[in-house]
Design a protein around this ligand. Structure first.
Ligand SMILES: Nc1ncnc2c1ncn2[C@@H]1O[C@H](COP(=O)(O)OP(=O)(O)OP(=O)(O)O)[C@@H](O)[C@H]1O
Length: 266
């Protein structure tokens, strides 16, 4: 299989333990090139641990991670060159400008000069922040700062983006703006995305989803299949369910599978 045909991300039979606590148990998932895949799991399910393994913060002792066919353990540079990541915790320098934050990160990838300026400008247009180039990150809203982090994650033109609960703590409008930007990147730029979340309304009926619970993948399919067929519009010509109805159906299925309490999952 050549690199063009390989999935963007392949996680095969990965397990991970912190001392006696097994955080991931035989997890396998695939993100095809150019596709949006959601990883849905309650708090403590193992999402961040999976991201830490996929980004090589932790080394994979059991199982394998491949990014566009490059084995992360054997060919880490080739694999990581294809990967951008937005972690759950904020990691921008508040006292640097948007441009300085991006340029600093770009330097780590060997980008400089005019091509770098053009790249920063293009990315800030993509995330709707072209006018904030020279402002300190401290002056941005939480949602705007998250968008800068997305731009930063894409600076080296990766073909796979991992986002770990990227909308946590944001208001509804900021969340919607970020989800829209990421989905647009998939459709228009051919980016592959793994979107980890526990927020149901971020998932569309036709999205491919994996449900992670207590370190195991307990369901996989379209969101509608996982919710027992209650999300997609009926084929009889009936009106599609209201978005809040679809969200409720997925949440009900998820809670039935995981036993998660509402406050764990919302
Ligand atoms: N560094 C660590 N040391 C010990 N246990 C850990 C460590 N990191 C995570 N864990 C445990 O591993 C399990 C999975 O945690 P993880 O953070 O991956 O879940 P998560 O799905 O990302 O949850 P959240 O949404 O709350 O961030 C949990 O039981 C957690 O307590």
């Amino acid at each position: 299989m050549n690199d063009q045909e390989a999935p963007a991300l392949e996680i095969r039979a990965v397990s991970h333990a912190f001392g006696p606590r097994r955080a991931l148990d035989d997890v396998s998932l695939t993100v095809p090139a150019g596709r949006f895949v959601a990883l849905l799991g309650p708090n403590g399910a193992g999402k961040t641990t999976l991201f830490s393994l996929a980004t090589r913060l932790y080394s994979t002792r059991e199982g394998a991670v491949r990014i566009f066919g490059h084995d992360l353990a054997r060919a880490p540079s080739a694999a990581l060159a294809e990967l951008g990541v937005v972690f759950q915790s904020r990691t921008l320098d508040l006292d640097l400008t948007v441009s300085q934050n991006l340029a600093y990160h770009a330097a780590l990838h060997g980008l400089a000069g005019r091509p770098l300026k053009a790249r920063i400008s293009a990315l800030l247009h993509l995330v709707g922040l072209a006018d904030r180039l020279n402002e300190k990150v401290r002056t941005l809203s939480g949602g705007q700062a998250r968008r800068v982090e997305i731009a930063r994650a894409l600076i080296h033109r990766p073909r796979l983006l991992l986002l770990d609960e990227a909308t946590v703590g944001l208001d509804l409008a900021s969340r919607a703006a970020i989800v829209d930007i990421v989905r647009k990147l998939v459709v228009e730029e051919g980016l592959a995305v793994l979107w980890a979340t526990h927020i149901f309304d971020e998932v569309h009926p036709q999205d491919e989803i994996y449900v992670l619970d207590k370190g195991r993948i307990i369901a996989h399919g379209s969101a509608d299949e996982v919710a027992g067929g209650h999300l997609a519009p009926a084929r009889t010509g009936a009106e599609p369910p209201a978005p809040e109805g679809a969200t409720a159906a997925l949440e009900a299925a998820f809670r039935a599978m995981t036993g998660a309490r509402a406050e764990d999952a919302a």
